[in-house]
Design a binder for this molecule. Structure first.
Ligand code: MBD
Ligand code: FE
Length: 306
């Protein structure tokens, strides 16, 4: 069939059949996606068994809760970010800390504290490098934002996240820190490891057929928010990771790879009451004021609640 014939056919299936009230946005999207799919089936001469394979793949990805992993893996989540960046640039919003993808592993309801939190439960203290990270939340004029919310979450030494990994304690490596009166936050944690897609899962099986790996470099996730400012979703990457610029989720960005300082001085160790060297990262966040010209920064999506 020609594309014109397909357009007419799809319209006859999706539009001409309506007898009830139509949601115009849903109709527009379904019409477009259906005709694009049919055109792909035609152009690629997809066989019936291949079409069913594809549907079965999506069904399995959904049933095993891997659609949130497939989205970054095919670059969909990064693509959405690029469009958000473009929309902000068009609205005159430039600079500020770069956004990068949320990923599928945030959990609502982490313990909250003011100024400082320890994120790790101590269960990996023997093997792990201790990490301190600190900085200030600023607005675009360089004014500190006291009371800003710093939500932080990251993986353990195995690359796994609490809640999804039931072997970890509740909210291990997850906290909400309210910036102090100077807009400052600090946390103590452990240096995370990179994440790898479940080897037998739907995402990795697809990646393997594309000749790709499913690894992420070590990283730490953040939501930074303050009233009347645009919520920032971002991550920092740990410098030196083998996968730093080879992330299966395409989330690494210039400006999100802070220097990791290795602290060995006895005086500093004493101050922190530590008996071995530790890592320290300084990183400030710069938020944009809310702007009617740009699409809302808050993204609605289903998130785990613990
Ligand atoms: C992660 O930790 C992550 O951040 C993303 C985007 C995908 C899978 C695991
Ligand atoms: Fe992650």
């Amino acid at each position: 069939m020609t594309h014109t014939e397909i357009d007419a056919l799809v319209k006859s299936f999706i539009v001409d059949t309506a007898t009830g009230e139509v949601n115009p946005r849903v109709q527009q999207v379904v019409l477009r996606l259906t005709s694009d799919l049919f055109k792909a089936i035609e152009d690629l001469d997809l066989q019936p068994s291949e079409v069913w394979k594809g549907l079965e793949y999506l069904a399995e990805a959904g049933a095993t809760h891997e659609l949130g992993l497939l989205a970054p893996g095919i670059g969909l989540e990064r693509f959405i970010d690029i469009r958000q960046d473009e929309a902000e640039a068009k609205a005159g919003l430039t600079g500020g800390t770069p956004r990068t993808i949320e990923g599928p592993l945030y959990v609502e309801g982490a313990p909250q504290s003011k100024g400082f939190a320890r994120l790790d439960d101590g269960s990996e203290s023997e093997q792990a490098e201790v990490l301190f990270m600190q900085g200030t939340v600023y607005d675009e004029d360089g004014k500190p934002l006291p009371g800003a919310r710093v939500e932080v979450w990251h993986a353990n030494l195995m690359g796994n996240y609490s809640f999804f990994d039931k072997s970890q304690s509740a909210f291990n490596l997850r906290r909400t820190i309210i910036a102090d009166e100077h807009g400052r936050y600090q946390f103590r944690s452990i240096m995370p490891s990179g994440y790898g897609c479940p080897p037998q899962g739907t995402t990795q099986r697809l990646l393997t057929q594309l000749g790709r790996h499913g690894r992420r470099p070590a990283h730490i996730h953040f939501f930074i928010s303050a009233p009347s400012y645009r919520k920032l979703t971002t991550q920092i990457n740990i410098d030196g990771d083998k996968y730093l610029w080879d992330d299966f989720a395409f989330a690494s960005r210039e400006g999100l790879v802070p220097t990791v300082n290795r602290i060995t001085s006895a005086v500093e160790l004493d101050k922190k009451q530590l008996s071995k060297p530790f890592a320290s990262i300084d990183f400030d966040f710069h938020l944009h004021a809310e702007s009617a010209a740009a699409p809302v920064a808050e993204v609605e999506r289903k998130r785990a609640v613990a």
